[in-house]
Design a protein around this ligand. Sequence first.
Ligand code: PEP
Ligand code: MG
Length: 934
Amino acid sequence: MDDQQRQPYAFSFETGDGQNKKLLGGKGANLCEMTQIGLNVPPGFVVTTQACLDFLENDQLPEGLADEINAQLTALEEKTGKGFGDPNSPLLLSVRSGSALSMPGMMDTILNLGLNQETLQGLIQQTGDERFSYDAYRRFIQLFGKVALGVPDEAFDKPFEEIKRREGVKADVGLSAENLKEASERFLEAVREHTGRAFPEDVKEGLTLAVKAVFRSWMGKRAIDYRREFKITPDMANGTAVNIMTMVFGNMGNDCATGVGFTRNPGTGENLMYGEYLVNAQGEDVVAGIRTPKPVQDMATEWPDMYQQLEGLRNRLETHYREVQDFEYTIEKGTLYCLQTRNGKMNAVATVRTSVEMANDGLLSREEALLRVDPELLEQLLHPMLDPDHDGVHVAVGLPASPGAASGKCVFDADRAELLGNAGAKVILVREETKPEDIHGFFASQGILTSRGGKTSHAAVVARGMGKPCVAGAEGIEVNTENRQARVGDHVLIEGDVITIDGGNGKVYLGEIETVPPEFSDDLRTLLGWADEAARIKVLANTDTPDGAVTAADYGAMGIGLCRTERMFNAPDRLPLVVDMILANTTEERQAALDRLLPVQRQDFEGLFKAMGDRPVTIRLLDPPIHEFLPTERQLEQELAHLRQLRGTIEGMRDLVGATKLMGDPEKVAAAEKIPLPADGVELIDEAIAKKQLMLDKVRELFEINPMLGHRGVRLGITYPEIYAMQIQAVIEAAAICQSSGQHVKPEIMVPQVCTAQELMKVRELVAPLQQRVASETGTDVNFSFGTMIEVVRACMRAGQLAQVAEFFSFGTNDLTQAAFSFSREDAENKFLPFYNENRILQDNPFEVLDVKGVGRLIKTAVKDGRDQREGMKIGICGEQGGHPTTIAFCHEVGLSYVSCSGPRIPVARLAAANAKLRAEEAAAVKLRTEEAA
Ligand code: PEP
Ligand code: MG
């Protein structure tokens, strides 16, 4: 490209485009913007990121850059009336890096560039302050030496510390002009020693070296690591700009100061200037902590007119950027300069509060206020978090499976968790993996830690549903349930040892770490109310208990999108009934057990309907393979062995009594008779053995090599129609009870694992007679809708046929993802998936963020075919991905009616649903404008 065509490599602050952060870097663009809106910014210019990229390509300054820099320097000299390298009135510059995204790890700042032996004398004369001038000079040599010439810190620190020690001063401010002069000379010497040449006296050469050093820092290890860690792609930031600005000094006397501020409090969001300043100091002094800065509010009394000016700057920045700003300023001899501004980083509380207040004050529209908050940030507000200042060192890392943090005594089985938890202890349930029968342990625990399983494992899904923290698949942990011990690396945990888990990042700590409580504030309610008004897609809850439903309603759930009824079967009062149902050998026996389950289920459903009022409640019929309600084969074998041993012991004790009688010693007979022998002991044990043996036989009978693809879901409902019939009857009866007491209910019955319309029709056949029976028995006609989950690939391909029977679809994307990828949802996440993600074979974990390209295509096909058959059909998603903002944006785009997610994800999903709609509208408007312009 010839010079005529290419964009300039350098822009003065008066001419650079303040919106073009990619070209000028964030810092540079803001300096241009601030200058152009009339804020007092020291004059300067920006060398572009393009110049950086061109430099890196050939490892030499691109042609034309030196001329442009010279031209900018001449213009600066004119603006300031000073000369670069002019001993009579030296122009001094600061040089800073700055890419499109703020990126710590790149080059440090160089200050006072323009000083050399000659200009130093000029500075002394001009300021009349030898100490100040030598201080500026030694800082320059030190920074330039380190940054541009690669001299190590110690080369400067050592002589400087020596001088301080010799002079008996602790802080730099205690050094005299003479001391600083000596320091400068020793620094120059250090540079010569390390670089093998004299410190550059030519100021222009100095500037060129500084610019090159900034460019090179883009490819420095720290910067590359940072970009990799935070997934900063060239699309987001490519190359660094160089900001070259006239120096202003906050350390020229008591009418000078330096400070940093936020336009609002970044910790609370309060609409009050926040920050610190230091009189007669340079920015570095604040950072180095040499002197303690004062809160900016002190300036209001100590320096009222300057405080007024600062307030003016704050207001101007906020009204212009319409965002909280984090800014830096210097006051030089009573004049306020703004040196930098950027959007303030805030915690979740402050982000929500400022959004609501800025919208209420008219600074932002409600839509802008919503878009300003990252939905994921809300997670912080809903769970206890570890104290951000804790200094705990983690001993293991697993998958962050359910957010929040908790401490407690570790226990290794659900019964112990229940026992200790109910006795008031805080416990963490630590298991290799959890099973449905562990559910009572979940209730009693503060959090769950497993060494196997992924983010859709039983532990993860259940914990998320309950809003309890969970770290899953922490592979370094070996659990030994029998010995009530676990090994974590070199540590052995014994039951009762306290641990802390952080489900937000998967870390496990020994001992207790303080947590900070969650806060569902009025501001958050207000913001989410606006979100509901803006969103098109509805947000429902995955929850299985009336308590869960009440919590979900409080989080703003617009109904229940998935009640996994099997969860209800696991409660301790139901499990025996379920076991009887499974052990039944005949339909009659099974019906007898189901008759006892019916009232319990009915009560459950009534509870859900009551909690949700007139909002829809989707009840999914039984899904998992029934062997999951029974103990494992190994466990049963062990229990049987123990029972047989016990039986032998009791018989042995009876023999002992008999034997002592034969001995003819009355004392021994009396002693033997005192040994407590349970009455009917053997009979009781025999009964237990018989039951356990029956269970073992059943477990063996039900055994499947691959139960996840086996006898489960609708397949169960078809082979044991009485199970589904009982559940359907319970739903209709519960709805009738609610309806007859005047409550409007919206029950929905949903069938899992369907792959053909024939299956659905079979289940549908059960419905009508039950509906009629309830109507004639209670006099109440119950209306409900009948739908299907779509969670197998064939169901997506046959959605048109399914829609002939189903009134609604709900995508079960946990199973659908498993089916589409052929990745086990139980194992993939802690086996090969992290490797896949790290090596970019897959961008995301598809069990967390919906795979739009593959699974999403299946969904699109099913939505289209379903709605072609049944116009306006209600279609949602209820897999774990349904609470993830990116997935929600996809669901919005393909026209789903709702997403359903675990209770604590609901606020995140409500905001994400609004943002998805607003972003889609924005994109459509841009497209329209582009088309119109074309
Ligand atoms: C699913 O498969 O996405 C689903 C919601 O069902 P479950 O997780 O209970 O299998
Ligand atoms: Mg499923």
